[in-house]
Write a protein that binds this ligand. Sequence first.
Ligand code: MOS
Length: 735
Amino acid sequence: MTPYIGTATSRVDGPAKVTGKAKYAGEFNASDLAYASVVESTIAKGRIIRIDTSQALRVEGVLDVLTHEDRPRMASADKAWKDDVAPEEGSPFRPLYDDRIKFSGQPIALVVAEEWEIARYAASLVRVECEKQAPVTDLYQQRVEAFAVEKPDKPHGDATKAFAAAEVRHQAEYFIPTEHHNPMELFASTVVWDGAGKLTVYDKTQGVQNVQRYLCSVFEKKADDVRVISPYVGGAFGSGLRPQYQVVLAVLGALAVQRSVRLVLTRQQMYGLGHRPATIERLSLGAKADGTLDAITHEAIGATSQFEDFARNDTGWAALLYKSANAKYAHRLARLDVQTPCDMRAPGAATGVYALECAMDELAVALKLDPVELRLRCYSDRDQNENVPYTSKQLRECYRQGAEAFGWDKRNAEPRSMRDGSELVGWGMATGVWEALQVPTAARIVLSANGHAEISCAASDIGTGTYTILSQVAADALGLPIENITIKLGDSTLPQAPVEGGSWTAASASHAVAVTAEEVRKALLAMAKTIKGSPLADAKPEDVILADGKIVSKRDGSRAVSIADAMRNGATDRIEKEKTNNFPEDSSHARNTHSAVFAEVKVDEQLGVIRVTRVISAVAAGRILNTKTAQSQIMGAVVGGIGMALHEETVYDHRFGRIMNANIAEYHVPVNADVYDIKVLFVDEPDEIINPLGIKGLGEIGIVGVAAAIANAVYHATGKRVRDLPITLDKVQGS
Ligand code: MOS
């Protein structure tokens, strides 16, 4: 039997998705379903003096209007509101809790009605009187007030002194604006009123058990009373890691009217959720004339809210990539009157590595050195933060294979030296790096005598392909055709899994399935051994594998017992096992994924219009479970990187603290016409240390470095260095 792992297996959930059988949170039905609509604050800071709901309540079909003054009870302690992904410091946001307005777009009332249209109309009739305060939403204005947060990494040497003494220096500031996630699926919750205080909650989330625990603590309910289900997620990119406010409001609504309630946020309202924080990044690089680095200083100032300290590792990545005797990092936060930021694909790295890799490009220009060559001269085989080697690091091969596939050797280093008709052509490159995390996750396998297996785990599939890769892993481990495998995910009653994030689900859930399959194999062998005259009578568990529906001796393939015969002998028709993966503690190695990104842009010389005509992303991420879904992951992430480089920007009117482009007409994301040729290469990266299957995970590495490669290409095309994203044509054309 050829293994499924490593093949281009199509999504097992593909047919359900294209036929509409796959249901999303806002599509589940319940009898007697009521609909809710949110009223948002139009001011960014202040206090509600009075809310007049009388007009809204008079609309026929309105069941209730909830406000902070009139709603079911919620917990008061901060601790009750801390979900698994909440920042350590701060007081999580509570919708409809009190009269305080903390950000524009904050929910301040909820209308529940017989029909969604009625709820939405009545919401427009709620009158609110506020006491306003002047908000601050401009990070540049607030940077002087920034405060240090725990530094992610230790300094080494004296970077300030080494920088001052360096032969060649580069110092600059880069800016990444606020970005909102904009997944296709709107945030939605359908709360089914099961009676007797019990709720089934269909929620758009990356972590059903996180939401389940959160709802239980916020609403002071017993664990058995709340079940959270999320079988399919229409994209999230990190926005579904923390429970979002709509799930609290939907439950509040259900408790108030004692009925099932559905709440689907509008696209505009989703701009009141978390976002990638605006970040100012300052890089100081000092090198010898031969291109070896001697000083790295990376300082970041990220935006956070007034009530929680959200910070990610923006600055520590240089030490994973480049050798330097002296390095220093500092991360600071500045408080703005905005919702608390949250994770967005490769949080910290997408922003920090953007700045680092643009700075490296600028240093290469100063050194008159090819940017790939500069990176090879500084290449580090060790994580210098922890001073440990990597479990595997095939980044050199990424550079080599990526450059070759791109035709990098034909690049003329001179800016504005390459053109195609009326367009200037630019070639740029950058490095990407992310973590290869693995976390405790459990799986259950139920194997039937007819050779069908059901695998279950509470993990989510946010569109990444979890259903598919777990089918492959299970089929291989159990020796069954993939058609015989059923995967159940996204239900809080299933075996334990953390939120689907950090690119850890592939490695973590796959190993949960693999270790559980071992238990199934042991159980089958025990049943097979006692068959009269069993060919496996003397076999130990490590002597056999499961293949072609049989328990087979590794040494002698003719010694085998079918699953059906073994179970018949064991007088059973099913074997059920559940186990948690068991990654040993090991701080002797760094675990990371890497990439080399090469980009071609064409810039209209007259108009400044930028097209990203070619991207090659060479990725080293351990063993690739599924070449098809993996390629889709990276390709999608590259599109995200194009958006970051050229399109995405949440624009505030700082006078009012309001987002001016809270819709996807004016918040630009790449569309099909913006995407040309994207090629993904997976560099062979065997890794026997990281985990038995050698898996690293791919969800986030694909976006890291993309914006920098494009920014560097724009410089090469135009001779103009734009350091603040997005690179729009006015910045390219402006003086
Ligand atoms: Mo990812 S930003 O951990 O969903």
